[in-house]
Unconditional design. Structure first.
Length: 159
């Protein structure tokens, strides 16, 4: 990431997480969704459906090209979140889950995507932790709708 896209939010305590509710986190850098990335995801998941991995057949299909798996697009939230939020004094953070996962638009091979985030909620939990919900939208360059919108749920424990 370039310095101009450094995370705008630094969380260093439960209190800072609570104070961040409603904050727009900005955007990440663009990445290109290559056929190699799609094929690697297909190998990792065993999902080799032709709309993802067969460029010749996919060209004649409903999207005119191969598309990224929805779950590949969703998994980018894990790549984008640390580009949107920086942590200090964090003892441990765990992915607790996701809510409201949607795939409004297909992500065609060679599309460029980026993440956009916003802190939706933060609430104290047992063991001095805080549960934070961050909405991440996987934007597709030049498209009117994102490839994925997901509310990520993280449990954070600070020193």
């Amino acid at each position: 990431m370039t310095d101009s896209l450094a995370p705008s939010l630094c969380l260093d305590s439960a209190a800072s997480a609570m104070a961040a509710v409603g904050q727009d986190l900005g955007v990440t850098e663009w990445i290109t969704i290559t056929q190699e990335r799609i094929n690697t995801f297909a190998d990792a998941t065993g999902d080799h459906q032709w709309i993802h991995v067969d460029p010749v057949r996919a060209k004649e299909g409903p999207f005119g090209a191969c598309i990224a798996h929805g779950f590949l697009t969703l998994s980018l939230a894990n790549l984008f979140l640390p580009q949107l939020v920086r942590y200090e004094r964090l003892k441990m953070g765990v992915n607790y889950g996701c809510d409201k996962v949607r795939f409004p638009s297909p992500v065609l091979v060679n599309s460029r995507v980026r993440g956009r985030g916003q802190v939706l909620t933060a609430e104290l939990i047992k063991d001095n932790g805080v549960q934070v919900v961050v909405s991440i939208s996987v934007e597709i360059e030049g498209a009117g709708k994102p490839g994925c919108v997901v509310n990520t749920i993280s449990r954070l424990y600070f020193e």
